[in-house]
Design a binder for this molecule. Structure first.
Ligand SMILES: [Zn+2]
Length: 543
């Protein structure tokens, strides 16, 4: 098996997974196909949506169509020539308590019907399982995984090893670490369906990260039962590569219309916010009045289109380095997603590891949730270990000029040219830094490194962002005690809070604040330069 990663952002990635029926691209959405209840045929999925792979339930196939599937093979039986994944029936155990097939029978059946990707029969933990039960499901799944690996015959079939543990995160970690040592081709998070049905997306983030950080990174990761478009970006951003969706069909049966930011009852719609074939050719009222089987089929077709479109949007966001921006957009669709976004703040380092150091596009800072994004966290670490020039006596702290990179702005050039005139060669002993949201303090020497001159910020800033900037400035000044004086130029956006932070860090006696003339005016710049000159000469006098 080969899984090649082509592009990444946050912990999300675009990859190519080789299966024996061809190469599929991840993030990959597998529509769940149920042969006895199928509103959109696999053939249509292929033709209309370019669907590369589908998933069916091996247990249900065995129970209802065993002979036929065995004789025709699963591809022919389902009418699909792309990659076929089969799930084992673990979900049925969760819902009905047990299934009437042994783990060995399910493994063998999947091999015999010629499936391309197969799952061992695991025991899902389920939501809210008590610890003892959760421990049992983890241990029993591991035991079954080990046993399954000893009996495999088919060589090029990809096997999925499920991680259990439910919301007991330590068990999820242990389960992942142990199954990660076994030679599965793909790993999966079992039993998050109920967590998702309850919209506990913050808990889901915890579960995914607990599993992923204990599994081999180079292997694909499947999140079972996550087929709703509005949360897919969150699953991808935390490192899930494969999804299966039955929701498109289940929702259609219930008269529910999917959008990329939530689900609406068809009866509540007066206008369709979509231009697909179904939505373009019908009004909501016409669709409501269509006979129920046909209505279900049309709704399922639209729903599926929305799911595939969201997967493409996510891929484009990864390729643009704008996956975080997509999360922020989706987080506006539902409070539970905003909660999930906030939870990602706990995982900055994890997300940072997958994020490229430099991207083609700058970042869009929309508010304090963005403080958790990897670029901001990465810069925080970078500046902590950065050493300022050793000969610097006076720190001049300027607000953000009107253009980037800061050192090429006309404001900076004016300050620097006046300073050089005044101080001559001693200008080398002046260290110039900027303060700007969301990063905090930016030394002149670093202002061209990504993304310090590629970002846009929404003004006015929120209180958390201002506090963060002030905190970063204070942190820098406290850890770099070498300056003899700090000349601080206030600005109307951040001035007050950052000035207080400077005062706390270096003490009022070392802090010099120019008069509050209109910022960057000729008078203000002259006043600033005079004060730097005085501060420098006073320091010189004391040497
Ligand atoms: Zn539509």
């Amino acid at each position: 098996m080969s899984f090649e990663i082509l592009d990444r952002d946050l912990a999300g990635r675009i990859g190519k997974l080789e299966t024996r029926r061809g190469v599929v691209e991840t993030p990959l959405l597998l529509p769940v196909v149920n042969p006895s209840l199928q509103p959109v045929s696999p053939e249509e999925m292929r033709r209309d949506f370019g669907c590369q792979a589908i998933i069916a339930n091996a247990y249900l196939l065995k129970k209802s169509h065993e002979k036929e599937v065995l004789s025709r093979g699963v591809h022919d039986f389902l009418g699909f020539d792309g990659t076929v994944v089969t799930d084992s029936g673990g979900y049925q155990i969760l819902v009905y308590g047990d299934v009437d097939a042994s783990p060995e029978e399910i493994v063998r059946f999947q091999e015999e019907i010629g499936t391309d990707v197969a799952v061992i029969l695991d025991i899902p933990t389920g939501w809210n399982a008590r610890r003892e039960r959760a421990e049992y499901t983890v241990d029993e799944t591991l035991r079954r995984a080990k046993a399954a690996l000893t009996m495999l015959k088919s060589k090029n079939l990809l096997w999925v090893g499920p991680v259990q543990g439910g919301n007991h995160l330590d068990l999820v970690s242990r389960s992942a670490a142990e199954i990660g040592r076994m030679s599965f081709d793909i790993y999966a998070l079992g039993s998050p369906t109920q967590v998702m049905e309850r919209y506990l997306f913050d808990v889901l983030m915890d579960m995914i990260v607990a599993a992923k950080t204990n599994l081999p990174v180079e292997k694909p990761f499947h999140l079972f039962g996550a087929g709703h478009p509005f949360m897919l970006s969150f699953a991808v951003a935390t490192g899930c590569d494969i999804f299966d969706s039955a929701a498109y069909a289940i929702y259609a049966r219930r008269g529910k219309y999917m959008t990329d930011h939530g689900t609406i009852s068809l009866k509540d719609l007066r206008y369709f916010p979509c231009q697909c074939k179904v939505c373009a050719e019908h009004t909501p009222q016409e669709l409501s009045e269509t006979p129920s089987k046909e209505k279900e089929r049309l709704l399922a077709w639209h729903n599926l289109g929305v799911c595939f479109a969201e997967v493409r949007r996510i891929k484009q966001a990864i390729s643009d380095g704008r996956l975080w921006e997509l999360l922020e957009l989706r987080a506006r669709g539902h409070p539970s997603l905003l909660q999930a976004l906030k939870r990602l703040g706990d995982y900055s380092n994890y997300l940072e590891a997958g994020t490229p150091i430099s991207k083609g596009k700058g970042l869009l800072y929309l508010g304090s949730q963005g403080l958790a994004r990897p670029e901001v966290a990465r810069y925080r670490d970078k500046i902590r270990s950065w050493t300022p020039p050793s000969e610097a006596d006076v720190l001049v702290l300027l607000p953000q000029p009107s253009s980037k990179p800061f050192h090429r702005s006309r404001e900076y050039r004016r300050v620097f040219s006046l300073l050089s005139k005044k101080l001559g060669r001693s200008v080398d002993r002046i260290h110039i830094c900027f303060y700007a949201a969301p990063y905090g303090l930016i030394p002149l020497e670093l202002d061209e490194t990504y993304p310090l001159s590629q970002f846009e910020v929404a003004l006015p800033l929120d209180a958390e962002t201002m506090d963060y900037v002030a905190e970063r400035v204070e942190d820098y000044l406290r850890s770099r005690g070498g300056y003899g004086a700090v000349v601080f130029q206030p600005d109307p956006i951040l001035g007050g809070k950052v000035e207080d932070a400077c005062k706390r860090a270096v003490g009022p006696e070392k802090l010099i604040t120019p008069s509050r003339e209109k910022i960057w005016s000729v008078k203000a710049v002259k006043d600033l330069v005079d004060r730097v000159d005085t501060a420098f000469k006073t320091l010189r006098g004391t040497y």
